[in-house]
Ligand binder design. Sequence first.
Ligand SMILES: Cc1cc2nc3c(=O)[nH]c(=O)nc-3n(C[C@H](O)[C@H](O)[C@H](O)COP(=O)(O)OP(=O)(O)OC[C@H]3O[C@@H](n4cnc5c(N)ncnc54)[C@H](O)[C@@H]3O)c2cc1C
Length: 378
Amino acid sequence: MKEPVDVAVVGAGVTGLSVAYNLARLGMPRISVFERGYLGVGSTGRSGGGIRAQFASPEIIILARESERAYEKLSAELGYNVMFRQGGYLFLAYDEDEVRQYKEMVRLQNSLGVKSQFLEPHEAKELVPDLNSDAILGATFHGRDGTAVHQGVLWGYARACARLGVEVLTFTEVRAVRSDGDGKFVLCTDRGNVVSRNIVVAAGAHSKPIAKMMGVDIPTTPLRREALATEPLKPFFDPMIVSLRGEWLFQTLRGEVVGGAVVEGERPTYELTSTFDFLIQTARSWTRIMPRLKHVNILRQWAGLYDDTPDAKPILGETPVKGFYLACGFSGYGFMLAPMVGKLLAEQIVDGRTSIDIRPFSLERFRTRRVERERSLI
Ligand SMILES: Cc1cc2nc3c(=O)[nH]c(=O)nc-3n(C[C@H](O)[C@H](O)[C@H](O)COP(=O)(O)OP(=O)(O)OC[C@H]3O[C@@H](n4cnc5c(N)ncnc54)[C@H](O)[C@@H]3O)c2cc1C
């Protein structure tokens, strides 16, 4: 049996590491993070690294806005270059209904301090000259949005954790969690048992079975999302280009175009295989959006998991089991929220209160009220 700890974090993706780092910054003494694989094996290492404040629900806009601001300072804070580039996010509107939705979203975002704007097709083309503006009726743009490199963010947090005395145990799987009958928890791992005063479940799409071990039922569903990368090209566009139909593409620092399109009819699965349907769907979407991509070679393809909730909003904070916390259900945008989610969870555990109200993200909401789905999913 290892020495008892104050907080055990399950999962060393961007969320778990951010929680652990922020806890250590607030002075929490003994923190252990358990990761069953290597750093980046989960969704974080498979994500696009996109960061945006353009959302449709007020509580998400506020959380994402603050997280984007945190990303602006993250390299300096961690002493590690996370390569956050603010080329903006360009949301494409294909029909009148989407134009109406986007205008509504821009009004709400502006009222909450996010300076997004609606663009006519020719204005979008000025921003991205290779865009097929004949295919769209408008777009929205927010220049503070952008992308960071996920390995940079993970390693930045991991190194900062190590400096602050946090123990990050890779290749250590949490196989069972139980109460010790004295207000603490016992985590049974494949490398021995550990007693902890608190647990934070940050295991991405695998959070549900871990929560279940303590009798906490969470309404999350694993969904496969695929991505691909082309050969590197000379840089020719800056923003992340996305649509409400699930298309996304951006150009990395190396010049590859990375992204994908949603394949209709995907059923809940933990499978991480890559599909030919996805390849075809993405090729169709991208060449319509940007005909110049027609003759570009695709080099690699991969898949990861979204951890979807009924309202496509995260589940954050303490559960009815005292000392047992959740940071999961990110529904496809957990990378961008991680700096604030880590800070807020740490505040709740250390101080019992948070600088932003996280009650809208409580597990309780699914029991006590009718929830509304976030509309700006990609
Ligand atoms: C193709 C794709 C593109 C995406 N693009 C974006 C994007 O542009 N922007 C954005 O914000 N989000 C994006 N996302 C979503 C984003 O990747 C996730 O929301 C985010 O990475 C979640 O981070 P996490 O740390 O919560 O989970 P993860 O990164 O999945 O980390 C959880 C960790 O827990 C570990 N674990 C699980 N079970 C156990 C156990 N029993 N014991 C020990 N360890 C365990 C796993 O191995 C894993 O490393 C994308 C996702 C995909 C699949």
